[in-house]
Ligand binder design. Structure first.
Ligand code: FAD
Ligand code: NAP
Length: 544
């Protein structure tokens, strides 16, 4: 459906993932007219695009789900502890149906530009279908991991077989039966996909530049008892998660790995390993802070890899040694390391000799040609900033967001950026976002934005904008907190290190979900400290 040039709404929301869906619901409840633009053909965002084999969440589904409406969380049942992508997508569609969200959504429509007009104090939002919509608020629910990235190897067009990116998987699925398949990358996506592809393919070759730490998920079917346990205690549990370190209830131990005996430390790590999942990192309170503590946990996992992988040389290649555990996103898997014991799987180390080019029949590394029928790029995303800077967003004085963020993103609280009034970001850079259970962070941001808009409306204010001073202090704080941890020592996408030329700054806020929520709530309660709230301008009043 195409808009007319005169379309006017209170808010344009970009993106129909979990962020955009909840934002739409909240603003509609407040009586605002909204238009959501979504590049895909349906809702679900991440779970719409990432349909690769094995894709599933690494936060238990009883926690990776909306908490804002009790009827929603009571009526939905997950079939597994960690739901697979199809079920999460089904859930997103169920929510869209229940809340009748689609009537305000335009699919297959990419927002190409958004421009703030200083006289009318309104945003003009443009799309690749020629829509031009005027809105008072522009809300970017564009996702942190929504711009898939392939390396620019020479010869990308030469290869005669099929290529896929995990983040752009064909809807009809891919059958690898009988095929020679190459997978490039060993991040979270690859670690989930590799065991499944290996079971289908004639031969699978994995190209690894950096090995990753991965913890077994211990996924299994949902039991009625477990589901009930959650559903009867949801109000307390959800509240606990909202005030926790990363939005997930991990039963964290509040003592250092150095404060216990060797025997006790190993027993605790064993216990966490057998429980599985990301709660492994909550075994001690200093794994992200103290290298010596981290070394114990890292060596523990390396030993597990050595015990699982039969070929010692392959095991050593798979055992990460170049970064502290957890400083690159920790992976969660089902049978990942055991997959390398299969006869039809080969690991190729490309850390010293990189992939040089794609060829007609496969790819080349040095003098060696590898032949494939299909190549899977599990090579990640231009995370946190890439999606936003690809939209031509212009604030005051025509300043482009892309230029403002040239040396790294600058935001106040990850919610707004100075010079771009009435433009909000859901889980933007400088907020906990990707370091958390993202549904918890999405709900917190959406609630804060909705509350902010209600505050403006109740006082007949027109506009909110972050102060440059407050923004500078927040950016400094985000960096200061990050550099107290071990995180910046890794070449991770958190640091922008996966994109050639991207500035190396720590993108999310590592101060903790609960602490961050308190900061945001305090700032709102104190009259939006660090923001300017403006009454309607004379020009805007005159224009009405
Ligand atoms: P998204 O789901 O990314 O949605 C953003 C939407 O905006 C997309 O549909 C995109 O098409 C649209 N969009 C972007 N730009 C434009 C534009 N210019 N015009 C129109 N539309 C646009 N998080 C967890 O907490 N736990 C997990 O287990 C977990 N697993 C993950 C697994 C994978 C494979 C990936 C990639 C991410 C995972 N994440 C996980 C993070 C995940 O992105 C979030 O949990 C959550 O789904 C993000 O929702 P969102 O609405 O903010 O963004
Ligand atoms: P990623 O973590 O960025 O991994 C990309 C992989 O591709 C890395 O191993 C990288 O190696 C490799 N790579 C990139 N360019 C390469 C090149 N030119 N040659 C060889 N290797 C190359 O991306 P991802 O796996 O898609 O995951 C991104 C994020 O999405 C995760 O960190 C997580 O937050 C989320 N996610 C979560 C889950 C889940 O379990 N629920 C699943 C998937 C994704 P280097 O490390 O050397 O750069």
């Amino acid at each position: 459906m195409t808009e007319t040039a005169t379309a006017t709404v209170d808010a344009v929301i970009v993106g129909a993932g979990f962020g955009g869906m909840y934002m739409l619901h909240q603003l509609r409840e407040q009586g605002l007219t909204c238009r959501v633009f979504e590049a895909g053909t349906g809702v679900g965002g991440t779970w719409y695009w990432n349909r690769y084999p094995g894709a599933r969440c690494d936060v238990e589904s009883m926690q990776y789900s909306y908490s804002f409406a009790d009827d929603l969380q009571q009526e939905w049942s997950w079939s597994e502890l960690f739901a697979g992508q199809p079920e999460i997508l089904q859930y997103a569609n169920h929510v869209a149906d229940r809340l009748d969200l689609r009537r305000d959504m335009r699919f297959e429509t990419r927002v190409t530009g958004a421009k703030f007009d200083e006289t009318s104090r309104r945003w003009t939002v443009m799309t690749d279908r020629g829509d031009i919509v005027s809105a008072r608020f522009c809300i970017m629910a564009t996702g942190c991991l929504s711009t898939a990235r392939k390396p620019d190897f020479p010869g990308m067009d030469l290869f005669k077989g099929q290529t896929y990116h995990t983040g752009h998987w064909p809807h009809e699925g891919v059958d690898f039966t009988g095929l020679r398949v190459g997978v490039i990358g060993t991040g979270s996506s690859a670690i989930q996909a590799i065991p499944v592809i290996a079971r289908q393919a004639k031969h699978l070759t994995v190209f690894q530049r950096t090995p990753n730490f991965s913890i077994p998920s211990r996924n299994g079917p949902m039991t009625p008892d477990y589901e009930n346990q959650w559903k009867t205690t949801y109000p307390e549990q959800r509240e606990k998660a909202r005030h926790s370190r990363n939005g997930v209830l991990t039963n964290p131990n509040d003592f250092s790995a150095l404060s216990v005996s060797d025997q006790e430390r190993t027993a605790i790590l064993e216990q966490r390993w057998s429980e599985g999942g990301t709660r492994f990192m909550a075994a001690f309170n200093d794994l992200a802070l103290n290298k010596q503590s981290n070394d114990f946990a890292a060596e523990f996992v390396r030993d597990k890899i050595r015990a699982m992988v039969k070929d010692p040389a392959t095991a050593e290649l798979l055992a990460p040694k170049g970064h502290p555990i957890g400083t690159k996103r920790i992976c969660v898997d089902t049978d990942y390391f055991l997959t390398y014991n299969r006869d039809n799987v080969t690991l190729v180390d490309v850390s010293q000799t990189p992939i040089e080019a794609l060829t007609e029949t496969g790819l080349r590394i040095g003098e060696t040609e590898h032949e494939f029928d299909a190549i899977v790029f599990a090579t990640g995303f231009d995370a946190m900033t890439g999606t936003l800077t690809r939209i031509d967003i212009r604030g005051r004085d025509g300043e482009a967001l892309k230029d403002k963020w040239e040396a790294g993103p600058r935001t106040y609280l990850g919610l707004m950026t100075a010079g771009f009034p009435n433009m909000f970001m859901i889980t933007g850079p400088g907020s906990p976002s990707v370091l958390s259970n993202m549904i918890v962070s999405i709900e917190q941001h959406v609630d804060w934005v909705a509350g902010c808009i209600a505050h403006l409306d109740a006082r007949q204010l027109d506009c909110i904008e972050a102060d440059r001073d407050a923004e500078n202090k927040w950016v400094d704080h985000v960096n200061e907190v990050a550099f107290k941890t071990l995180y910046p020592s890794a070449n991770s996408w958190y640091m922008g290190a996966n994109i050639p030329g991207k500035p190396r700054v720590f993108l999310p806020y590592i101060g903790g979900v609960g602490h961050y929520r308190q900061t945001c709530d305090r700032i709102a309660a104190e009259g939006y400290e660090g923001f300017q709230l403006l009454p309607p301008s004379r020009e805007a009043v005159a224009a009405e």
